[in-house]
Design a binder for this molecule. Structure first.
Ligand code: IMP
Ligand code: MG
Length: 185
C-alpha cells in the first residue's frame, strides 16, 4: 500500500472549502427543517465523514441510521447498475423526515434504488443531500435537494471516498491518477 501522494493528480477540493460548504449545507437544512426532526440516513461507507461533519451544523433534532449498499466491487470503477443492501436500517422510518446523506452521485443507480426501497416504507418526507455530484455521468435521474459540489468526470478520493477501500481518511477531496494507481497496485 503506497502513500497517497503517489496517486494524487490534484487536490480538487481543499479541506477549508469542504468545511465552509458543509457548514452552509447544514445551515440550509436547518432553515428548511425548522420545527421538525430529521432522520439522517448515511449511506455506508463513503458518507460517514460527511454525515458527522454535516449534522454538527444542523439545529433541529437529528437522529442517525446507516444503510450499506454495494454497487462498485473492489477494483471496479464503474457502477454495475445492480445494487444490493449489505446492511439495513434498524430504525422504522414510517412517518419520519428522512434525509439521505451520500458521498457522491455518479450514474445515479445506487441512490435511485435506495429511494425506491425507502419510499415503500412510508417516510413523511424523503430528500437527498450529496456532497459531490458528477452530473455528466448520470444514467438514472435522481432528485437531489442539497448538493455540496458539482465535480467533473474524474475518479476522486478522500473525505470518506475510497480507492479500493483505503484513503478515506484524507481530509480533502483529491483526483486519483488512475494510470499511476493501476501501475502501482
Ligand atoms: P452510482 O450508483 O454510479 O451513482 O455510484 C455511486 C457510488 O459509487 C458512490 O456511493 C461511491 O461509493 C462510488 N463512486 C462513484 N464515483 C466515485 C469516485 O470518484 N470515487 C470514489 N467512489 C466513487
Ligand atoms: Mg458510496
Amino acid at each position: 500500500m503506497q502513500d497517497y501522494h503517489d496517486y494524487l493528480a490534484e487536490v480538487l477540493i481543499p479541506e477549508v472549502d469542504l468545511k465552509a460548504r458543509v457548514q452552509a449545507l447544514g445551515e440550509a437544512i436547518s432553515r428548511d427543517y425548522a420545527g421538525k426532526q430529521i432522520l439522517a440516513i448515511c449511506i455506508l461507507r463513503g458518507g460517514v465523514m460527511f454525515l458527522t461533519d454535516l449534522i454538527r451544523h444542523i439545529q433541529p433534532p437529528v437522529a442517525i441510521d446507516f444503510m450499506g449498499v454495494s454497487s462498485y466491487g473492489v477494483g471496479g470503477r464503474s457502477s454495475a447498475g445492480q445494487v444490493r443492501i449489505t446492511y439495513d436500517l434498524t430504525t422504522n422510518i414510517s412517518g419520519a423526515n428522512v434525509l439521505i446523506v451520500e458521498d457522491i452521485i455518479d450514474s445515479g443507480h445506487t441512490l435511485a434504488s435506495v429511494i425506491e426501497m425507502l419510499r415503500t416504507r412510508n417516510p413523511a418526507s424523503l430528500e437527498i443531500c450529496t456532497l459531490l455530484n458528477k452530473t455528466s455521468r448520470r444514467e438514472v435521474d435522481v432528485p437531489i435537494k442539497y448538493c455540496g459540489f458539482e465535480i467533473p468526470d474524474k475518479f476522486v478520493f478522500g473525505y470518506g471516498l475510497d480507492m479500493d477501500e483505503y484513503y478515506r481518511n484524507l481530509p480533502f477531496i483529491g483526483v486519483v491518477d488512475l494510470e499511476k494507481y493501476e501501475a502501482g497496485a
